[in-house]
Design a protein around this ligand. Structure first.
Ligand code: CTP
Ligand code: MG
Length: 223
């Protein structure tokens, strides 16, 4: 079954605060976004990547991904959800059976992730990697604890998230509220999304210390 991976790279990295979006910064000798693309492709199961980025970064992104099986980058939108929708609509005329949605700011896709996601799609319209929450959770207000939130059954969602293409496109077209990941849109449409084991190495670079930590500790994982 054909599988295209959307590589989400249209964000500006405002929390990171560098002179360029964080996905264009260098990690272990390569742009973060290229690590993400190579990691998605490494074990097979992904036929091609469709990068989604800011309109003025399309040439830059194409250059960073040179030599990989990538479609020409397309412009994203003002929110991550709008960017994913743009990618899906770009594929709608000639739709793949399966689609992965991956953050370009996540340079590590742990071994086995794509295969496990694809296997889960045999039984469910969507599947995501997720890690059980291990910290004790507090709800706070005004600098004080209001409540301890039971963490049983809570997970941290990662990417790549995998979907049957037609189901994700339908969920995006039906969306009425902003979602922070794609699984949420399937949930809202009443479709089952499977959880597969995530991995601590699958870090989304958000703050400068995330990149520094990866440079120091994870470089051996990055080829
Ligand atoms: N993203 C996107 N289009 C947007 C916003 C985000 O494609 N309009 C992408 C980012 O490039 C990133 C991923 O979605 O790879 C996850 O988003 P996030 O970590 O929030 O990145 P930014 O939005 O760039 O960062 P910030 O929220 O700090 O500005
Ligand atoms: Mg953001």
């Amino acid at each position: 079954m054909q599988c295209i991976a959307l590589l989400m790279a249209a964000g500006s990295g405002s929390r990171f605060g560098a002179d360029r979006p964080k996905q264009f910064l260098t990690l272990a000798g390569k742009p973060v976004l290229r690590h993400a693309a190579e990691a998605l492709l490494r074990e097979g199961g992904v036929d091609a990547i469709l990068p989604v980025c800011a309109a003025d970064s399309q040439a830059l992104v194409a250059g960073m991904l040179e030599g990989l099986p990538c479609l020409p980058p397309i412009p994203g939108g003002a929110t991550r959800q709008a960017s994913v929708r743009a990618g899906l609509e770009a594929l709608a005329a000639n739709p793949p059976a399966l689609v992965l949605v991956h953050d370009a700011a996540r340079p590590v896709v742990p071994p086995g992730t794509v295969a496990a996601l694809r296997a889960a799609l045999a039984a469910h319209p969507g599947a995501i990697p997720a890690q059980p929450v291990t910290d004790t959770l507090k709800r706070g207000a005004g600098g004080l604890i209001e409540a301890t939130v039971p963490r049983a059954g809570l997970f941290r969602a990662q990417t790549p998230q995998a979907f049957r293409f037609a189901d994700l496109l339908a969920a995006h077209r039906a969306a009425t509220a902003e979602a922070t990941d794609d699984a949420q849109l399937l949930e809202a449409a009443g479709m089952a999304v499977a959880l597969i084991p995530g991995h601590e190495a699958n870090i989304k670079i958000t703050w400068p210390e995330d990149l520094a930590r990866m440079e120091a500790t994870l470089s051996p994982h990055l080829i």
